[in-house]
Ligand binder design. Structure first.
Ligand SMILES: Cc1cc2nc3c(=O)[nH]c(=O)nc-3n(C[C@H](O)[C@H](O)[C@H](O)COP(=O)(O)OP(=O)(O)OC[C@H]3O[C@@H](n4cnc5c(N)ncnc54)[C@H](O)[C@@H]3O)c2cc1C
Ligand SMILES: *[C@@H]1O[C@H](CO)[C@@H](O)[C@H](O)[C@H]1NC(C)=O
Ligand SMILES: *[C@@H]1O[C@H](CO)[C@@H](O)[C@H](O)[C@H]1NC(C)=O
Length: 532
């Protein structure tokens, strides 16, 4: 009798503390309770818009201001798990209630698809999962999905000055999206992609089970190394193999105007850059500028060389003379300082800055990508420079390929853009005006340049890099799970690996719990049968 009264009391307390005006929230709370998550935990990990911290939590990992305006759709709930059980409950409850779950780690998705949707949705925000355990004995690390690349680089450097990791250049990018979407950085020619150095993983699957490499099997383990985590499960952590870096590396940043033979240098870049010594990676930025009231394009060459400047200069002198690299352009430093250099910090900055999870500023932005397999001619480059001036604000980034990238077969991981590519292009436009007119204007500009480039880039398919998310190349209606829609962007991101991704998806997530605007679709027939 006493006990049942007490139970009744707790029941009303539960209703009083956790009930809200939102039926989605109420159902989630009930489902979390059914999954044995204590009320005290539920109330501290679930945020509704009524919660005074909701806006702050939501905006903390917004990295494109286009998706931080009053018209941006908001989630009904943000779940901020602190344990595996919370993640499992979130997956099972989203599945049971048929609500879309958006998974967010670092929030750097260019189209904001980790925290925006056009349907009722819940964000599973992984920022509490951010531990990093570096083990120098076997030169590996377990890194949780909510950790940022800068934190990872810092933790490696803390333990060893001659180890590094080949991942992205921007230190605030999250591990969960970056690694599951393939990942590359300035050691790409030496070591290949980030996913070429992943040796184990921990995920929560569509049945709420926590799996590692052995229990998930090699198919699923293959898929989450470049196929995008968000189609297959919630990545909790990856185990990575560190790579050796020399005690001294050399960096340079060299600007060339058209008068300083920018076009000739970019032309030669294309002839040589994929065949240079694997220790050398060169990025080119092409940016429209105004100088002495004249509009023009400036080329900036940014390099990382895994060695000293003497050897670097002998390579560029003989292979890439049009670069005209001089001793005074070269800066020798430790690998961790090269991370800061590439992150655009000035040379007095301490590596501690890598532990800061907030970028200095967040812009309105749009990105697109392309792959180049045959060099663009001098006259082609001249017309490109002219077009960039004409269009206005859009810039381009060329990232050199070749080296280790050409040795790894296309089917080794879902990322198919390996041998045969000279460089990848990222189209880039940033702006600061918060209005729809500006949004339309700059998005239109980047589409114009992308359209102009068609004759110069890969065809059938016109390839794209998943981590440079671009919804222009095709989307699938959320939850509609159309194979034919998925195929449109799927072959651009994955070429013939798309079919294997679809087969794996159909096996591990037949009910399409893990879906988004560009997720891997379930196979048309088998998927429907499996749903029964
Ligand atoms: C400033 C900037 C610099 C960049 N530089 C580079 C670079 O040098 N090299 C490069 O390769 N890329 C680069 N990128 C792209 C970046 O790799 C991708 O945007 C990446 O997906 C970001 O991961 P995230 O966790 O920060 O993003 P999020 O927005 O959190 O996630 C991106 C995608 O992954 C999914 N996802 C996230 N976490 C998980 C998880 N735990 N489990 C399952 N799915 C998950 C999301 O649902 C979403 O679909 C850059 C992006 C920005 C904004
Ligand atoms: C989002 O918008 C709010 C309100 O305008 C602003 O205070 C905040 O700084 C913005 N955050 C980001 C990351 O854009
Ligand atoms: C740091 O940069 C400044 C300005 O570019 C330069 O004068 C200085 O020599 C640099 N210091 C080191 C240690 O590289």
């Amino acid at each position: 009798m006493k006990k049942s009264l007490l139970l009744l009391f707790f029941y009303f307390l539960h209703v009083f503390v956790l009930a809200s005006a939102d039926p989605v929230y109420d159902s989630f709370v009930q489902c979390f309770t059914e999954n044995k998550i204590p009320d005290s935990q539920i109330s501290s990990i679930l945020y509704t818009p009524e919660n005074p911290s909701f806006t702050n939590v939501l905006e903390s990992y917004v990295r494109n201001r286009r998706f931080n305006v009053s018209t941006t759709p908001k989630p009904n709930i943000i779940v901020t798990p602190t344990s595996e059980a919370h993640v499992s409950a979130a997956v099972l409850c989203a599945k049971k209630l048929g609500i879309q779950l958006k998974i967010r780690s670092g929030g750097h998705d260019y189209e904001g698809i980790s925290y925006v949707s056009d349907t009722t949705f819940v964000i599973l925000d992984m920022f509490n999962f951010r531990s990093i355990n570096v083990n120098m004995e076997d030169e590996t690390a377990w890194v949780q999905s909510g950790a940022l690349l800068g934190e990872l680089y810092y933790r490696i450097w803390e333990k060893s000055k001659v180890h590094g990791f080949p991942a992205g250049v921007c230190p605030t990018v999250g591990v969960g999206g970056h690694i599951s979407g393939a990942g590359y950085g300035n050691m790409l020619r030496k070591y290949g992609l980030t996913v070429d150095h992943v040796i184990d993983a921990q995920i929560v699957d569509s049945n709420g089970r926590v799996l590692d490499r052995e229990s998930m099997g090699e198919d699923l383990f293959w898929a989450i190394r470049g196929g995008g985590g968000a189609s297959f499960g919630v990545i909790l952590a990856y185990k990575i193999k560190l790579v050796p870096v020399p005690p001294t590396v050399t960096v340079f940043r060299l600007e060339k105007s058209v008068d300083e033979n920018a076009i000739e240098a970019v032309f030669q870049y294309q002839q040589v850059v994929d065949k240079l010594d694997n220790d050398l990676f060169i990025r080119v930025l092409l940016q429209p500028i105004t100088r002495n009231k004249k509009r023009s394009v400036r080329a900036t060459f940014i390099g990382l060389f895994l060695g000293d400047s003497t050897r670097l200069l002998s390579i560029t002198g003989s292979e890439f003379p049009k670069l005209e690299l001089k001793k005074s352009d070269c800066h020798e430093m430790s690998w961790i300082n090269s991370v800061l250099f590439w992150g655009n910090f000035d040379n007095t900055t301490s590596p501690n800055v890598l532990l800061s999870r907030n970028p200095d500023s967040v812009n309105f932005l749009k990105r697109k990508s392309d792959y180049v397999k045959t060099p663009i001619s001098i006259s082609g480059l001249e017309s490109l420079f002219k077009k960039m001036v004409e269009i206005g604000k859009v810039g381009m980034v060329f990232n050199s390929y070749g080296g280790r990238m050409s040795e790894i077969p296309e089917s080794e991981t879902p990322f198919p853009h390996r041998a045969g590519n000279i460089f990848k292009i990222q189209y880039s436009v940033n702006w600061n005006e918060e209005d729809e007119e500006a949004d339309n204007k700059y998005v239109d500009q980047i589409r114009q340049l992308y359209s102009f480039m068609e004759p110069f880039v890969s065809k059938n398919p016109r390839e794209a890099y998943l981590n440079y998310r671009d919804l222009d190349i095709g989307t699938t209606n959320n939850g509609k799970n159309s194979y034919s829609e998925g195929q449109v962007y799927g072959v651009k991101y994955f070429k013939s690996n798309f079919d294997r991704l679809v087969r794996i998806k159909t096996t591990v997530d037949p009910e399409n719990v893990f879906r988004n605007e560009q997720s891997i679709p379930v196979q048309p027939f088998r998927g429907r049968k499996a749903r029964k």
